[in-house]
Design a protein around this ligand. Structure first.
Ligand code: PGA
Length: 261
């Protein structure tokens, strides 16, 4: 299959790193490094911690920097007695575009279930934002041959009850858990095989047209050195980047994969 016309999306998931001063400085550095050509070829988003969102929004809007603001998580209810949680409505008010949904760290460390991920995806869409729905297998699951069943199951559950139109605009991030923050990356062939399975699963639940439009990111130790090969795969439409997104030069190097192709 030839490379599609889907615009790649490179997203920086900062996790619990960078206070709001560090966030401002990172975004400013990034804006000096990225060019008009980069923004034309690639969509870019940054996902700072909640406490940084307003500061980063202000910088992006004041300087007209075409980087999309993203969040890492939200609750599925609009308001209520949910101490410590953040409403999707609050994120929408900050002009957040993308919200990561069901990252493996949230699933493993904070008990997020497939049902919660589905409820969050619906809430994010309701507020006109785009969920980046994460899926991926553990090392044990991979070694036991369970990758496809795990990933397809997570995708089916996350998309449950969504219309084909809603699904068409989604982003799905395939992140093998054993590759996150470990310096181990799935080979381009392995990553492509699972991303192709993700697309086939989307086609099964929402039709071929929606599956063609959905953007699928690969995540797990993406760096400038491996981005070009990963991004050349027909079903990989972007990257969800953790560690390498914290330093502006490293992240810009990944965004600029397009210049090498
Ligand atoms: P990593 O993280 O790039 O540091 O492996 C990816 C992620 O968790 O989104």
């Amino acid at each position: 299959m030839a490379k599609s016309t889907r615009t790649p999306l490179i997203s920086g998931n900062w996790k619990m790193h960078h206070n709001h001063f560090e966030a401002i400085s990172t975004v400013q550095k990034l804006s000096y490094l990225l060019t008009k050509d980069d923004y034309e070829a690639v969509d870019v988003s940054v996902h700072p911690p909640f406490t940084d969102l307003r500061s980063v929004q202000t910088v992006l809007e004041a300087d007209e920097i075409p980087i999309a603001l993203g969040a890492q998580h939200c609750h599925w209810e609009e308001k209520g007695a949910f101490t410590g949680e953040i409403s999707p409505a609050f994120l929408a008010k900050l002009n957040v575009t993308y919200v990561i949904c069901g990252h493996s760290e949230r699933r493993e460390l904070f008990g997020e279930t497939d049902e919660m991920v589905n409820a969050k995806a619906k809430a994010i869409l309701k507020w006109d934002m785009t969920p980046i729905i994460c899926c991926g297998e553990t090392l044990e699951e991979r070694e036991a041959g369970g990758t496809d069943a795990k990933v397809a199951g997570q995708v089916r559950a996350a998309l449950s009850g969504l219309t084909p139109e809603q699904v068409a605009g989604l982003v799905i991030a395939y992140e093998p858990i054993w590759a996150i923050g470990t310096g181990r990356t799935a080979s381009a062939d392995d990553a492509q095989a699972v991303c192709s399975l993700v697309r086939a699963t989307v086609a099964e639940v929402a039709g071929a047209e929606a599956a063609e439009s959905v953007r699928i990111q690969y995540g797990g130790s993406v760096k400038a050195a491996n981005a070009v090969e990963l991004m050349a795969q027909p079903d990989i439409d972007g990257a969800l980047v953790g560690g390498a997104s914290l330093v502006a030069e490293d992240f810009a190097g990944i965004v600029q994969f397009h210049a090498a192709t």
